[in-house]
Write a protein that binds this ligand. Structure first.
Ligand code: SAM
Length: 205
């Protein structure tokens, strides 16, 4: 998928208003500028940011059932803003973005303020381990931690209805197989639209 195809894919799959599109572009411009000061995404992927990061994040919304499409979403290790910022712009959720590194926290807060998404997104600037538990509708984590560790750290935010959306790249199936049978049966694997070899673990519980 090239950059033009990525933008076309977004327009085909979501109803994106002018204001939302503007926010996406503003966010990417702030990200590009910040890349001079901190290493937020790889230099190679920066040239394909719509395909490698925006579509890769936005596709998670395709797995959200209608009935929870305006709930609370916890994004673990949001880093450069993926998927948290994209979900906040395109989805109807309130997104809590957890990030522990000070410069990334400042970057995320600047993005939230600059593109005016404070009503849809909050930056939780701390380690996940020290956050108080609260129940959420959706948990996402992209390049955050190996699956077993990820679940151990975050299951206290889940209920039996929580939807898990975990882009796991080429390791999706292997990481799933390493889970205990009880946890394994929570998930199935969906193919990523940005990379046929990459999997997204979609689960409930
Ligand atoms: C590899 S980056 C991925 C960033 C983003 N999700 C993406 O896909 O581009 C992982 C991020 O998780 C953050 N992180 C790692 N462990 C954390 C923890 N225990 N609590 C909060 N944030 C954490 C790191 O600071 C880093 O920004």
């Amino acid at each position: 998928m090239n950059e033009a195809e990525a933008q076309a894919w977004l327009r085909d799959n979501f109803e994106i208003g002018d204001r939302q599109w503007q926010k996406l572009e503003q966010f990417l411009e702030i990200l590009r500028q910040e890349m001079a000061h901190q290493n937020l995404i790889s230099k190679a992927s920066a040239e394909h940011v719509w395909a490698r990061h925006v579509v890769d994040s936005a596709q998670l919304l395709l797995y959200v059932p209608e009935q929870i499409s305006s709930g609370t979403w916890l994004d673990l290790g949001t880093g450069a803003g993926f998927p948290g910022i994209i979900i906040a712009i395109l989805g109807g959720f309130h997104v809590q973005m957890v990030e522990s590194r000070a410069r990334r926290i400042a970057f995320l807060q600047h993005v939230v303020d600059a593109i005016d998404i404070g009503g849809q997104a909050t930056v939780q600037g701390s380690r996940l381990e020290v956050m108080e538990s609260f129940p959420v509708d959706v948990i996402s984590a992209r390049a955050f931690a190996p699956l077993g560790k990820l679940l151990s750290l975050s299951h206290r935010f889940s209920t039996e209805k929580t939807l898990w959306l975990l882009p796991k790249g080429k390791n999706a199936v292997r990481e799933l197989q390493e889970l205990s049978p009880r946890r394994r049966k929570m998930f199935h694997v969906e193919q990523s639209v940005t990379d046929a070899e990459a999997g997204i673990l979609v689960g409930t519980g």
